[in-house]
Write a protein that binds this ligand. Structure first.
Ligand code: SAH
Ligand code: ZN
Ligand code: ZN
Ligand code: ZN
Ligand code: ZN
Length: 438
């Protein structure tokens, strides 16, 4: 298990950039021992980089590592992909092929090499403008799984961003939001919003210029394109004539909140550095989209954030998608440092404004007189427990053994599976000691 990522190691590079320092959660002697591993792949099968913190690495191993990194570069550079795209759009429709296996736009000279691969043909301009539908979503369970916004949620986010007066969106791991902004900008002349996509999925470099997409790792704040890409991002963050910028991110839910927070702080610092003199002490506006049970973890790193009740829906998530029959409740929320009362949630979807809390809440979220807040996290109506002195899930009851509220069929003081947050055995996510520190 790889948990508790802390710092990056500039000298220790794998194909995903500087490795991260982890503490081993295994049992026995190795427990707590620190090591470096890939920041982006948590499955050793995907990236074998491993080094104990205090380990000396031989010259031959270093050379082998460099060789490995070289061999794991994408076959085309971003610059080359931009050139290829220019040639691709000049082709007549019947000659526009996309290789399904290599996930790559093909030029006629390359057909031969892909002759036994499945491909799609007649790739239209509309398809080129919606790459998130052309590319298959990456499925690596642990790290790289791509969950694409349902159209309704994506539209809601964009409308909200526009209503709040933002004109630039730094889209970190939100290719579908980026795509929606890009295609509106190319269709409507009076559409003034711009977006820059930062994502580790290099396939997107086939569809966007270097001013629209940067190959970026959000676990170690690594720009694969080096200083030039840094500069692109910096330029984008510079807000001239009041064009306000917001960072919108929807990272993989596999955790590593600490590493993510550290990268977002660096992006926010980049924004701050571009500020003109005389600007007051503001924080860069952020929407961090993440499951509600990470609330205390996120607040630990960003005390100025609060969680909105809006449930973000996905197209390809078996659990979280908005079903045809009735609504499956999504656990994914928006965390933001903007004033909650400004985040207007759709009344037609049942959200209402709580005048006491000064924010929009789910229809089921009742204001608790004792807690003096709308306490539900999951959209259902919660109930107040006088013994716990807080509101709890409707399905829970107070257990005198455990001295807290729990599910009726829980096993007292015992949890055999590891905790979702810290990975340790003996407790569950809800009672994780690393959460209660907040
Ligand atoms: N809901 C979003 C997609 C979220 S899925 C949308 O519809 O636009 C998570 C996204 O983060 C994916 O695009 C994935 O490629 C990207 N990602 C995963 N690991 C990353 C990393 N280490 N650095 C940067 N982006 C990453
Ligand atoms: Zn191919
Ligand atoms: Zn309230
Ligand atoms: Zn209460
Ligand atoms: Zn209780």
């Amino acid at each position: 298990a790889l948990r508790g990522a802390r710092v990056t190691a500039p000298g220790r590079l794998c194909p995903a950039g500087p490795a991260l320092l982890f503490a081993s959660t295994g049992h026995g002697r190795e427990r707590g021992r620190r090591f470096y591993a890939c920041s982006a792949c948590r499955d050793r099968k995907d990236c074998g980089f491993f080094q104990w913190e205090d380990e000396k690495v031989s010259e031959t191993r270093l050379a082998a590592r460099e060789e490995y990194n070289r061999n794991h570069q994408p076959s085309f550079t971003h610059r080359q992909n931009v050139e290829r795209y220019k040639n691709f759009v000049l082709l007549p429709l019947p000659k526009r092929r996309f290789c399904q296996e290599c996930q790559q736009l093909l030029l006629p000279a390359e057909w031969e090499k892909h002759s036994d691969h499945e491909f799609r043909c007649d790739i239209s301009t509309a398809q080129l403008k919606t790459p998130s539908q052309l590319l298959y979503p990456l499925e690596n369970k642990k790290t790289n799984a791509q969950y694409l916004f349902a159209d309704r949620s994506c539209q809601f986010l964009l409308d909200l961003i526009i209503d709040l007066g933002f004109r630039r969106v730094l889209s970190v791991g939100t290719p579908r939001l980026h795509e929606m902004i890009q295609s509106k900008a190319s269709q409507k002349e009076d559409f003034r919003v711009r977006s820059l996509l930062l994502d580790i999925d290099f396939r997107y470099s086939q569809f966007y210029t270097e001013d629209e997409f940067c190959h970026y790792n959000m676990f170690n704040h690594y720009f694969f394109g080096g200083e030039a890409a840094h500069e692109t991002c910096r330029k984008f963050l510079y807000q001239d004539n009041g064009e306000r910028v917001i960072l919108v991110t929807d990272p993989p839910f596999g955790g590593l909140v600490e590493a993510l927070a550290s990268s977002f702080k660096k992006l926010m610092a980049m924004w701050k550095e571009t500020e003109k003199e005389g600007c007051n002490n503001q924080e860069m506006p952020v929407f961090w989209i993440f499951p509600y049970f990470f609330e205390s973890r996120i607040l630990e790193f960003f005390p100025s954030f609060s969680m909105m009740d809006y449930q973000v829906d996905y197209d390809n998530h078996a659990l979280y998608k908005h079903g045809k029959t009735g609504r499956r409740q999504s656990p994914v929320r928006i965390f933001t440092n903007l004033t909650p009362s400004m985040i207007v949630l759709p009344v037609e979807e049942g959200y209402r404004f709580c005048a006491i809390c000064q924010r929009y809440v789910s229809s089921g979220n009742q204001h608790c007189e004792i807690c003096n807040s709308c306490t539900s996290k999951d959209g259902r109506r919660w109930k107040h427990c006088a013994l716990c002195k807080k509101c709890v899930k409707p399905s829970w009851f107070h257990c005198n053994n455990c001295n807290c509220c729990a599910l009726p069929n829980h096993t007292c003081e015992k949890a055999d599976a590891g905790c979702f947050v810290c990975g340790k055995a003996g407790h569950k996510r809800s009672t994780c000691p690393s959460l209660s520190r907040a």
